[in-house]
Design a protein around this ligand. Structure first.
Ligand code: GLC
Length: 656
């Protein structure tokens, strides 16, 4: 511990001693639960006072600490009884989100069922698939016109009127909770829409909001920052600043806009922003949200001369918001959306040199990217290497494992990892883009390049999982053999997501192999953003064929549902234990092992080659004695002591 750490801890304790009698008095509104609140406050002390001092200075910390505690206390007092009961259950079972029963589903409300009030009608469908965790894509009131798929929020306390009302959202949460399912929504905290009242008050010169956003009168500072910031949307929103004539008291200024020009970055160097955002989070938590998907968090703190991503203060800020949210609503958890390189990812789960509670969940972006890379190269070496050298995650957290999401796939493969297996990073990323855009005759993928940067040659990929797996192409050609290969690819990827040991997410439509949807082109507010091609509208007629084993939908739905069924029976697939990649003596096969302290070992095998591949049973201790619990093609063949995994097939094996 450095001297200043020790001093900060003493300062935190001092502040709490001074404040406690008053807070204890005020906490009497909580009735019998006031003790619990005070106990939580005491536990969270280091995660609140110290971060405030680090971010905003020692002198400001005591006052901010008192203000933050009161926001949490007010929210705790307003928390509905049903949610308090849920909190209590989760305090008893803090690993509730790590259970192997956890299985996610993500959808846009309008594309899935039209409006929120219709959602409860579809819970049987979700339950049939095994869903216990529902992530509804952005549904808070966005700005009019272009809104980045809802990521430009104009009001955190209202639902998009096209989808329903806050009361509808509360009813959805209650309906989910009744079935022991949880609700996740996006919290867009890096920026607001320029139409948000905070932005409008800032523009109007309201002193209370003076520090909420940042603007610069000329290009000097923006140019200095832009020199090292990678562009998110280089084609239509180059740079990280947008000229706003009304800014700077009407003189005009360059406003910080990392994403689209209408998404204005909040300035978290102003503690008023942090406290205001806390107010929105706990308010939403009290509507029944269980999990907040913390959107675009790497960008929340800027530093000249850096990429302005993953700055240490981002983590301090998340730790602070996390501790305060859980003070008010202990059943609520955070999921980090940090689409960053493997080394930068684990810290979002609190995995620093010294553990600090941060987010309980994070998207395993590296695994997702490497699955697609392995599929393209028919080779799992890069996955084995890059994942194998990732730092372990804290046992109180877990991954969210997924195959496809609403965003493009950005090839977060580092040059170092590529070099370790003898390929160039840039050329490999280029290859993946060409492969999934279907530029190679040997590729059946039907994706499209997103944000191609002519200057650097960089690009990302859009397209639904089914289309990227070759299903669209096979259907068009009427080639059933190719169709089966496409289905096998899709199920293969999901077999890893379901058995890696995090919460697997099914992206709406993947369970029935929905293809790219080009209708977004007809909507001028969507046409320029081809990510809409993989945000299709649910095809309920197709879903109606999900139990027909001869239909495409049945062939996929049945297999994905089965992954969930078997997963639920395996204690080894609970979070809280590490997955270790293994070298099973065959480069086409990704092999990994898990072992939960309360269960025997589990080994997963995924063969990315279209032809059968033998793995060395001896290379994996005990593998010979393991029992297959789920395989793509029936009992696995053993050939001279080697276990054969069928082409594009998988095997889950477990210690009896
Ligand atoms: C996240 C979202 C993405 C959005 C961006 C800006 O990365 O996933 O869709 O464009 O944040 O909010």
């Amino acid at each position: 511990m450095t001297a200043s750490d020790a001093a900060r801890r003493r300062a935190a304790e001092r502040a709490w001693r001074a404040l406690r009698p008053q807070v204890a008095e005020e906490a009497r509104v909580l009735g019998e639960e006031s003790d619990a609140f005070l106990a939580r406050a005491e536990l969270a002390l280091l995660d609140v006072h110290e971060p405030l001092a680090v971010l905003y200075g020692d002198d400001a910390a005591d006052d901010l600490f008192a203000r933050a505690l009161r926001i949490a206390l007010a929210a705790a007092a307003e928390r509905p009884a049903a949610l308090r009961r849920l909190d209590r259950r989760r305090e008893i079972d803090p690993g509730w989100f790590q259970r192997s029963r956890m299985q996610g589903y993500i959808c846009y409300v309008d594309h899935f069922c039209g409006t929120l009030d219709r959602l409860p009608e579809h819970l049987d469908y979700l339950a049939e698939l095994g869903t216990t965790y529902l992530h509804l894509m952005p549904l808070l009131k966005p700005r009019e016109g272009e809104n980045d798929g809802g990521y430009a929020v104009a009001d955190y306390r209202a639902v998009d009127p096209r989808l329903g009302t806050m009361a509808d959202l509360e009813r959805v949460a209650a309906a989910l909770h009744e079935r022991d399912m949880s609700l996740c929504i996006d919290l867009v905290l890096n920026h607001t829409a320029r139409e948000h009242p905070w932005a409008q008050a800032w523009l109007a010169g309201d002193p209370e909001y003076a520090g909420f956003y940042s603007a610069f009168p000329d290009r000097q500072v923006p140019d200095a920052y832009d020199a090292t910031i990678p562009e998110v949307f280089p084609d239509r929103a180059p740079g990280s600043f947008s000229w706003v004539p009304e800014a700077c008291g009407g003189a005009g200024g360059w406003v910080w806009t990392t994403f689209w020009p209408y998404q204005w970055d909040l300035d978290y160097t102003d503690p008023a922003v942090t406290l205001a955002m806390l107010g929105e989070i706990v308010w939403l938590a009290n509507c029944g949200v269980d999990v907040f998907r913390m959107d675009a968090v790497p960008f929340m703190w800027k530093r000249l001369g850096t990429t302005c991503q993953n700055q240490p203060e981002v983590h301090t800020l998340l730790q602070l918001l996390h501790a305060l949210t859980r003070l008010a609503a202990p059943g609520v958890i955070f999921k980090a959306e940090a689409i960053v390189a493997p080394d930068d990812l684990v810290p979002y789960l609190g995995g620093h040199d010294r553990y600090r509670p941060e987010c309980e969940l994070a998207y395993h972006n590296s695994l997702m990217v490497l699955l697609w890379s392995s599929l393209a190269t028919q080779d799992a070496r890069l996955a084995r290497h890059a994942i194998g050298r990732m730092r372990p995650i804290p046992p109180t957290t877990t991954w969210v494992t997924y195959v496809r999401g609403h965003d493009d796939i950005g090839w977060a493969v580092t040059d170092e990892d590529a070099a370790a297996i003898g390929v160039g990073g840039h050329s490999h990323r280029r290859f993946l883009n060409d492969f999934f855009a279907g530029h190679y005759p040997a590729s059946a993928a039907r994706g499209a390049l997103f944000q191609e940067n002519a200057l650097t040659g960089d690009a990302r990929i859009s397209g639904t999982a089914a289309s990227l797996c070759g299903i669209e192409e096979a259907l068009e050609r009427g080639d059933d053999e190719a169709l089966e290969a496409g289905i096998r690819r899709l199920v293969l990827l999901y077999s890893v997501a379901f058995a890696w040991g995090g919460i697997p997410l099914v992206y709406m439509g993947d369970e029935i192999a929905l293809l790219n949807d080009d209708r977004y082109r007809e909507d001028p507010s969507r046409a320029p953003d081809n990510r809409w091609m993989h945000r299709p509208v649910m095809d309920w007629a197709a879903a109606g064929r999900r139990t027909d084993p001869t239909a495409l939908e049945g062939r996929v739905f049945g297999r994905i549902r089965r992954l969930g069924e078997v997963r639920r029976s395996l204690l080894a697939l609970r979070g809280g234990a590490e997955s270790a990649v293994l070298d099973a003596g065959n480069d086409a096969v990704l092999a990994w092992r898990r072992r939960h302290p309360r269960s025997g070992a589990f080994v997963g095998l995924a063969n990315f080659s279209p032809s059968p591949q033998a793995v060395d049973a001896d290379a994996v201790t005990g593998l010979g004695a393991f029992v297959p619990v789920l395989t793509s093609d029936g009992p696995p063949e053993v050939d001279g002591g080697r276990l054969v995994v069928p082409g594009l097939g998988f095997a889950w094996l477990a210690e009896p």
